[in-house]
Design a protein around this ligand. Structure first.
Ligand code: 0X9
Ligand code: ZN
Length: 309
């Protein structure tokens, strides 16, 4: 069973085993497939969770985790969300009457492996770069086409926020962007850590471009913050990414909104606020996932209220 899963961080191999086991246990709910390959040839795993109810016009929610390699708690959240969706006694499962879900539990598998095996605080992908063989990888949250190479990113291959020579130069972001274009989810959630924030677009200044949906997105995010707080009294803040964190261009959620691929997009920054940072202790995996998944349930519920099928 999965009783012990949320007491220890999972490697890429363990994540792969986890989702395959979930599929085996829930064959009519869960479909595991690959949406491409990483630079080093690992599968980019996507897990579709859908319930056959006869309805053909359900909302789609796309959630990615682990775009940044060292943010291990986010991979755990995707796995936790998947178990909740399959657990018939969970409020998440009830959402399947109105929503389909597509979950990417390890959006940067090469980076995750590098973080486990070689350097715990690795952030980027693991591709080789055009000029400097000593500096590896692209920041997969600076490699998107909206504001590419702008404020908060670097054109230095050695930088942790290296944006790549061109948008979608990294196979991991190119593959994810294609899924977003094909699927056009109602809600796109990109899971990161840390800071305990729910971030909204735009986090990159673009002349003439405003998030037309901001007020409604803020209202929904505030409800999600409240639902999260209700579980373990963890304090979150929801707001514009640039205002409450920093300006960062080339991010995935900004691109998805700017391209009109989704109606709602949020970047979560999970626990903690910096005491342990990326090295969040394993005894915080379960409570972090419990509260985060509760907030995602509320987010979906609030979106459904405003967008009935
Ligand atoms: O800098 C990032 O990529 C994210 N923070 S992290 O510490 N996980 O690296 C924040 C992304 C901000 N999002 C937008 N600009 N929309
Ligand atoms: Zn991140």
């Amino acid at each position: 069973g999965f009783d012990t899963v949320f007491t220890q961080y999972l490697t890429f191999t363990k994540i792969q085993q986890f989702v395959l086991q979930l599929q085996e246990l829930n064959p009519n709910l869960v479909k595991v497939s690959s949406y491409g390959k990483s630079f080093e040839g690992r599968d980019l795993i996507q897990v579709a969770v859908q319930k056959n109810t006869g309805s053909t016009n359900k909302h789609l929610v796309l959630m990615d985790c682990g775009l940044h390699a060292r943010e291990w708690i986010t991979n755990m959240e995707c796995c936790h969300w998947l178990t909740q969706l399959c657990d018939t006694s969970s409020p998440a499962h009830a959402l399947l009457d109105n929503f389909n879900f597509l979950v990417m539990p390890s959006a940067n598998p090469d980076g995750l492996e590098h973080s486990w095996n070689t350097f715990r605080l690795w952030r980027k992908t693991r591709n080789t770069n055009p000029t400097n063989p000593a500096c590896v990888g692209t920041d997969p949250n600076r490699n998107w086409a909206f504001g590419h190479s702008g404020t908060g990113s670097s054109t230095d291959e050695c930088s942790d926020v290296y944006c790549g020579p061109a948008p979608f130069s990294a196979p991991e972001t190119l593959a994810l962007s294609k899924v977003l274009k094909e699927q056009e989810p109602t809600l796109y959630l990109s899971m990161h850590s840390y800071s305990q924030l729910i971030l909204m677009s735009y986090g990159c200044d673009a002349p003439g471009l405003t998030n037309k949906n901001f007020t409604e997105q803020q209202t929904i995010a505030n409800k999600a913050v409240q639902a999260l707080h209700d579980v373990h009294q963890t304090t979150y803040e929801a707001g514009n990414s640039k205002t409450i964190l920093y300006e960062a261009c080339g991010c995935s959620t900004d691109w998805a909104l700017a391209e009109n691929l989704c109606k709602y997009a949020y970047t979560y920054e999970l626990r903690d606020t910096g005491r342990t940072g990326f090295l969040l202790p394993e005894d915080q995996i379960a409570p972090t996932c419990d509260e985060t998944s509760a907030s995602v349930v509320t987010m979906c519920t609030e979106i459904l209220k405003r967008n009935p099928l």
